[in-house]
Write a protein that binds this ligand. Structure first.
Ligand SMILES: Cc1cc2nc3c(=O)[nH]c(=O)nc-3n(C[C@H](O)[C@H](O)[C@H](O)COP(=O)(O)OP(=O)(O)OC[C@H]3O[C@@H](n4cnc5c(N)ncnc54)[C@H](O)[C@@H]3O)c2cc1C
Length: 553
């Protein structure tokens, strides 16, 4: 069977499926290929305001109403209750010490809460990826994408006119001719193998293994620590991070009571576990719960809903992200670490960029030209470096919780500044803005400078380093000053005791940081609160351009 398409997309995670749909809306013939079948488990569940802003922009530009409705917890519940999800009000962190229960020291506890939304209705969402990814595939099919699952592509050859993909579907050979190929296969590295793209892992710093599963019956931290002072939102309805000597743990609660949880363990952390590290995933999991009593208590009666798994290393990185007639989506190109939940937002930003690249393709066969592919590749490389630098700094800072809290401010300052900027800017101008401060003369260099300072303090001892408290204080002060020109969210403020609500008063007060007058900022408040009314759909690309053919804008 030989099939002929404009674009072949390999991999039907949310990123591949949403891109397939965006291109189909533009009038391209798109084939979406999947090795497995949906529904299937996928990791990477916690969204952020930047991810949801991307979804909203894609929704408005291409008429994808479901994307708009899945971009906030309240809208999701109202329109797609059948898709499992969890309420995410912000980012919660606790520091645990081996053999000791978490110390409730009131406002001086080793605890940090940063709200990402002012209320539940417009809050972010944890995606049950099996449901969400299947939904996006169905929507892609409804838009005219030709979706084939259980396809194993074994060969990809490129020539001047495009690519020929050969493989097998249900025992039958399949051949696909496409003018352009998108690798959306995530870490499995489809095009990396076909094009022999060398690894770029050695240029990155972060290293961690992961032991993880989904669990039923996990107790909340609130149940275990009922007298902790109230934070800006209920601690557990968030991406919960437990910082430990060996790395950190994530715990993401879904509304139906299932919790996605995993320990990220540094190589040093793994070796400190001795025999438990080589005894398989269950033994490793049990060893971690035993070492940290409060986490152990939370998971004491929990049962995994699928086998606990161990991945000795989760990082990957390639040296190329695009070339003539092909492109990699971010998760196929690089992955650093789930700390700070950057994956979904970065993936959707790339979908936005590619959507525009195809819209603007002026070549005869309407595929992006080499110059714009090079721009895409440069952007991804700089952003992957930036994520790695931020996360590597965070791992260094885990030695001391106040250092970690200070390093986290760099992330929150960058994303809150970007979020505000995106909410008030015209949609078209956002896609190519750098992710995590890339291209921002104030923020970009801070990531490297912060890592340099932290590495000097820990002197290669990582989380085992003992750092005098005055050095920690000096670092926190430096960070507060360094982020000040972008700090529109009132971060790094000792008076907050590490409990940060969404504070629009601070934002209004700091209007000048956004280059806006107070009055202009006040006018933008409904947009900044995410309170704009739902746009009327369909508001599709076709409706806007009056044409399904992007060569006739
Ligand atoms: C431990 C961990 C936790 C994470 N947590 C978060 C988080 O909380 N928040 C966040 O934003 N991000 C997180 N991420 C990142 C997130 O997982 C990714 O950004 C996201 O999954 C990328 O989606 P995708 O659609 O690009 O690829 P994927 O979800 O990886 O999908 C790839 C698809 O391609 C298919 N495929 C693979 N090879 C082939 C082939 N040869 N042929 C056909 N099909 C193929 C696969 O079956 C799969 O369906 C996390 C990642 C990890 C490892």
């Amino acid at each position: 069977m030989t099939l002929d398409y404009d674009v072949a997309i390999v991999g039907s995670g949310f990123a591949g499926s949403v891109l397939a749909r965006v291109l189909a809306v533009q009038g391209y013939d798109v084939m979406l290929l999947e090795r497995g079948t949906h529904p299937r488990f996928a990791i990477g569940e916690s969204t952020t305001p930047l991810a949801n802003l991307s979804l909203e922009r894609l929704a408005k530009r291409y008429g994808l109403r479901d994307c708009y409705r899945l971009a906030a917890h309240g809208r999701w519940l109202a329109h797609h209750p059948e898709l499992r999800r969890g309420l995410k009000r912000g980012f919660t962190y606790y520091r645990h010490h081996p053999g000791e229960p978490f110390a409730d020291r009131g406002l001086d506890s080793e605890r940090l809460l940063v709200a990402a939304s002012p209320d539940d209705a417009i809050a972010d969402v944890h995606w049950m990826r099996s449901d969400v990814d299947q939904h996006f595939v169905r929507e892609a099919i409804a838009e005219g994408v030709d979706y084939r699952d259980r396809v194993e592509v074994t060969q990809a050859g490129f020539d001047e006119g495009g690519a020929t993909l050969r493989g097998v579907r249900l025992g039958e050979p399949i051949e696909i001719r496409a003018r352009f190929v998108v690798d959306a296969s995530g870490p499995s590295g489809f095009l990396a193998r076909q094009l022999a793209i060398p690894s770029g892992l050695e240029r990155t710093r972060t290293r961690a293994g992961l032991v993880f599963s989904h669990f039923a019956g996990v107790r909340t931290m609130r149940e275990l620590l009922p007298s902790l002072p109230a934070g800006p939102y209920p601690d557990d309805w968030a991406a919960v991070h437990h910082i430990i000597d060996e790395g950190w743990m994530y715990s993401l609660r879904f509304d139906d009571g299932v919790t996605s949880a995993g320990f990220l363990l540094t190589p040093r952390g793994v070796s400190s576990l001795g025999d438990a590290a080589s005894g398989g995933a269950d033994r490793l999991w049990a060893a971690m719960l035993e070492r940290y009593p409060t986490i152990g208590a939370a998971f004491a009666d929990a049962t995994p809903t699928m086998p606990i798994a161990w991945l000795p290393r989760i990082q990957h990185r390639l040296t190329r992200a695009a070339g003539p007639r092909w492109v990699l989506l971010p998760h196929a190109y690089a992955f650093v670490d789930p700390l700070f939940s950057t994956g979904i937002a970065w993936g959707l930003r790339a979908v936005e960029r590619l959507g525009l690249m195809f819209e603007q393709a002026a070549s005869r066969d309407r595929v992006p030209e080499v110059a714009v592919l090079e721009r895409y590749e440069r952007a991804l490389a700089a952003e992957a470096d930036q994520i790695d630098t931020l996360v590597a700094g965070a791992y260094e800072s885990m030695a001391q919780f106040d250092l970690f809290a200070a390093q986290a401010m760099l992330y929150f300052a960058s994303v809150s500044f970007a979020e505000v900027g995106q909410r008030i800017a015209p949609d078209e101008s956002v896609a190519w803005r750098g992710f995590l401060g890339v291209g921002d003369p104030v923020l970009e260099p801070l990531f490297g400078e912060s890592l340099r300072r932290l590495s000097e303090m820990t002197r290669g001892h990582g989380t085992a380093a003992v750092i005098p408290s005055e050095e920690c204080r000096a670092f926190a002060q430096w960070m507060a000053g360094a982020i000040a020109p972008r700090n529109v969210a009132g971060l790094a403020d000792g008076a907050r005791h590490n409990l940060y609500p969404v504070d629009l008063d601070v934002l209004v007060e700091r209007h000048a940081l956004l280059g806006m007058t107070r009055e202009r900022l006040m006018e933008s408040l409904p947009a900044l609160r995410g309170m704009s009314p739902e746009p009327s759909f369909p508001l599709s690309y076709r409706a806007r351009t009056g044409s399904a053919d992007p060569s006739r804008p």
